[in-house]
Design a protein around this ligand. Sequence first.
Ligand code: FAD
Length: 449
Amino acid sequence: MASGPPHVLIIGAGTGGLCLAHGLRRAGISVAVYERYRTRGEGLLGYRVGIGPTGSKALRECLPPELFDVYLATCARSPRYFNVITQRLRRTASFTLRPDTDPVETERSVARMTLRQVLLTGMEDVVHFDKTFTRYEQRDDGTVTAHFADGSTATGDLLVAADGTHSAVRRQYLPHAVVRDAGTINIATRVPLTPHTRQLLPERVEKGISLIFGAGGIMGVLHVMEFKWDRDGEIKPDVADADADLLRHWPGRRHDNTRDNINFIIWSTARRFPADVMQRRGEDLVQVARDLTRHWHPNLRELLARSDPGSALPIRVATSEPVPPWKASTVTLLGDAIHTMTPGRGVGANTALRDAALLCRQLRRATAGDKTLLQAVADYEAAMVPYGFARVADSLHRSGTSGDDRMYKPVVGRLALLGARGYFGVTSRVPRLARKFVNDFYTYRGEED
Ligand SMILES: Cc1cc2nc3c(=O)[nH]c(=O)nc-3n(C[C@H](O)[C@H](O)[C@H](O)COP(=O)(O)OP(=O)(O)OC[C@H]3O[C@@H](n4cnc5c(N)ncnc54)[C@H](O)[C@@H]3O)c2cc1C
C-alpha cells in the first residue's frame, strides 16, 4: 500500500460512487471514477428514488455546500401524505408526513436522472465515461490496476466497486457472494402530469406517496413528481428567488430533461407476468401492466393508458445473500455491489449513500495518518456489512417484494391482504400508533444501528 496520500479508483458513476467521489475530492484525496455509460444522459433512469434523512445527511457530508443546495432545489415537491389505497382508489390509511422545511430530516422525492446530473456537476475531470470495467489485478507493490473493455487500464491504491447489483468487481473479488432473484417483477412507467391526469387522483394521492394493495396480489405505487421547472425547462414563476437563482446557474439543467410526471409502478410475483416480460418495451410492456390491472378503478387505468410508453421499464427484483466476512485488501465495495436489496423499504440508495460517507470518513482518517489504508478499509467493512445486510433482510419481506410472500398465495393471499389493510387502517386511526409509524418512516433509514 502507498505511504503517501492514496489514489482511489471508483468503478461506477451511480448514486454511491459519485457521492464518494465528491467526498474524497473535498477531502483533497485523489480520485477517478470509471463508468460504462458513454454519456452523462445515457440509461433508463426515469423513476423516482426516495431519499430520507440517512441519504440526505450523507449527501450533505460529501457534497460541496452549494451543490447540496442544488440537490435540495432539484428535488420534487416532498410528499405530504403516505397513503395506502385499494385498487378501487378507496383509502385504507393516510398518514400526514413532516413538512420539508428541514434540509435533511424529511423524505425527498428525487428523479434518478436529475440526481445523477446533480452528482456529476463539477466532476468532469474526475468521471471517465465509456469505460466498462472487466477485471482488476492486485500488485505486489500494493497498488491495484483496473482493466477496461477498450483495452485501457488505470492504477491506484484502492479500487472501490460501486458498479451496482451485477458488479463485475464483486464477481472477481467475492465470487461466492450470491445475488438472487427475489421472485417479483416491477413495471415502472411515467405519466406526464397534466391538468387531466392530475384530476384523476384524489387530493391526498396527488399530494402524497400512495401504496396500492390490490386484490389478487397485484401491487402498485404512485408518486406525483412536481419540479420547480416547467415543461420547457423554465423556472416556474412561484419558485422562491434563492432556488430560482440556484437553478438558473446550475449547468446540470442542460443535461436533464426530467419533467413533472406521475411515477406509476405495478408489481407482483413473477408468476403473474408473461415469460418474456423482461424483453418487452414500450406499448407492449404497458399492455402487460394494463392486463394485470383490468379490474382497477377507471382513473388508474386511464393513467396507465396515458403513460409514456418510452418510459416503461421492467425490473426484476434482486436480493443479496449474506456474505461471510472476508479479509480487507486494496479492493472494497459499496451500495448494491455488495448489498442489493429489494425496494421494499426504499433504502437501497440511502444505504449506498451512507456507505459512501462512511468510507470517505475512514479514508480521510487514513490520509491524515490516524490509521493505515488497509485498517480504514477493514473498519469501513466491519461497520457496513452488518447494517447493509440488516437492510437487505428487512427489505425482502416488505410490501410483497419477495415472490414467496403470503400475499401471492391463492387462498392465504386474500387473508394476508385483509391483514395488511387492517394493520394500516388501525395504525392510521390510533394517534399514538400513527405518530410512531411516521417517526419510523424517517428514522428507519438505518441510523439506529
Ligand atoms: C423500483 C426501484 C425503486 C427504488 N426506490 C428506492 C427508493 O425509493 N429509495 C432508495 O433508497 N432506494 C431505492 N431503490 C434502490 C436504489 O435504486 C439502489 O439501491 C441504488 O441506486 C444503488 O446505488 P449504487 O450506487 O450502489 O448503484 P447504481 O446507482 O446502480 O450505480 C451503478 C453504476 O455502475 C455502473 N456500472 C455497472 N457495471 C459497470 C462496469 N462493468 N464498468 C463500469 N461501470 C459499471 C452503472 O452503469 C451505474 O452507473 C429502488 C430500486 C428499484 C429497483
